[in-house]
Design a protein around this ligand. Sequence first.
Ligand code: ADP
Ligand code: ZN
Length: 609
Amino acid sequence: MPTAPRKILKTVFGFDQFRPHQEAIISAALSGRDVFAALPTGGGKSLCYQLPALLRDGLTVVVSPLIALMKDQVDAVRAAGVEAGCLNSAMETSERAEVHAALNRRTLKLLYIAPERLGVDGAYEKLADWGCCAVAIDEAHCISEWGHDFRPDYLQLSRIRREFPSIPLIALTATATKKVQEDIIGQLGLEKPHIVRAGFDRPEIFYRVEPKRDVLRRIAEFTLARKGRSGIVYRSTRADVEKTAVYLRDRGVDALPYHAGLPDEIRKGNQDEFKADRASVIVATVAFGMGIDKPDIRFVVHGDLPKSLEAYYQETGRAGRDGDDAEVLLLWSAGDTAKSRFHINKMEDPLERDKASDSLRKMMLFARTFACRRKVLLAHFDETHPGDCGGCDVCAGEVESVDATEDARKLLSAAARTEQRYGSHHLVDIVRGTLTDKIKERHHDRLPTFGIGTENTRKHWLGIAEDLEAGGFVYRDEERFKALVMTREGRDLLFGRTEFRTVRRANDKSESIHAGTLRFKSQSGDQELTAKDTALFEILRKLRFRLAAEIGKPPYVIFPDRTLRALAINRPETGSEMLECPGVGEKKLATWGDVFLAEIRAFAENKGD
Ligand code: ADP
Ligand code: ZN
């Protein structure tokens, strides 16, 4: 590897080291080869085409479907001193004319373009005039019908190879099964590409799954314990998005809603507030996740069960893209599963139905697992993880399994003795011996199971019913008043042929103790912040927020959290000391060095050291 890329990595981007695979991708690209790269979210794909662009004479064109992010991407590279522009249909005609002028003058190094813009204004034809010498295709899975995000516009991209056979192509994606990979390579006409498939583990993410009870209260408690940190809360319906956002705001969390039913300008406005750190939490439906992109998201909460592990991986993957520790929480209930199942059963296409139901089952198994969550998740992507990761609730000992066979049999027996015609609430009334009108009317107080479980709370029994359903021992008959019906496993359990274990949280309160600080050490190897460092960190964050507001850009365009933390710990006194901190390049030092150094100096003087 020539020294040039390493040097640029430091001077322009301010990073000391390449992330895994970046260096190999960059050197293959610079040697003029085609590249296919599947890297997980946060793996640092952008750098793989941005850095070579700086070392080439001419323009690198980046095709991306994420119009909402283009301006930010351009802002971010411009902040590092790179001439860049973008073209998409959301821009004003006059804005696009300016970019075209710059392209004709050949002053740009990087052009971000939406696929549909390549087909208009003669863009394909002009690529040569603009001095295009490389093309990067981001979100390349969009070209494949096997990908989860197929876009017909992407099929046109095959023109690039046909019309400009000598321009090297680099295709990047965060979701590639082997099938999608082959499709991408074939569709784009990549020639003997250098192929990189990175591991999909996200060591910076702490995975946690909890039974969903009192969902709004739990979400509020979780977000309040992380006040001021950026987070996404996913809900599956628009109504729940609205309800959750209002509930959180009422309790002092600066949360905003985001879903397709909101007027464009409000939705866009809310997203901008979130990006600019003026709102720390966005409550959103999953349909709009693609538009939410922020490197410093510290947590993602799923208030409802995602429809597949792929979706869950994508959505949780939006946390911790900057490589700093992040937490994800999945709140899960059997009721959700039943709801999804109900919708799945109504699907017409039997293939689609089977696929959806299989996805749901795998999602459920993940939620219910007693094994390392990381191991289970990665296994789904054909990756073997040894387990014992230290970064999930199971490995961290927050979760234990307990034998609940006796209780399960009591509840199943109540169901069996009432001909499996009643829902969980009525069954719980029976075992708890509650004399409701319905019980009296149906003489269920005469059953031998009546009152055999008075020693446990109603909540406990409803939990057992949910766990039974999640484990596939019973199902809820949506057509017959949600009656609990035993499956074969359920009958085996009732008649003593199998056992039943359920998950218990080791200590429900354990994690609120860690309010405000992240509670596990990921492999990022970062130093711990002392109380004093934290004080300075917060001051620098406020400074960054002010500066960002002045220039009208999101804070992370100035420096990522990681840089602020390094500044807080190392407290540089000079520009060259500041350059030692990750994320500080020469351009950023020239722009922001003085203000940050002054703030650090003032802090040191105030504290008398
Ligand atoms: P992806 O597109 O793969 O999800 P990005 O390109 O957005 O990821 O990069 C994620 C984050 O990682 C960005 O904040 C980026 O600045 C940072 N990053 C990229 N490469 C490096 C590196 N070599 N060292 C430190 N940070 C990096
Ligand atoms: Zn684990």
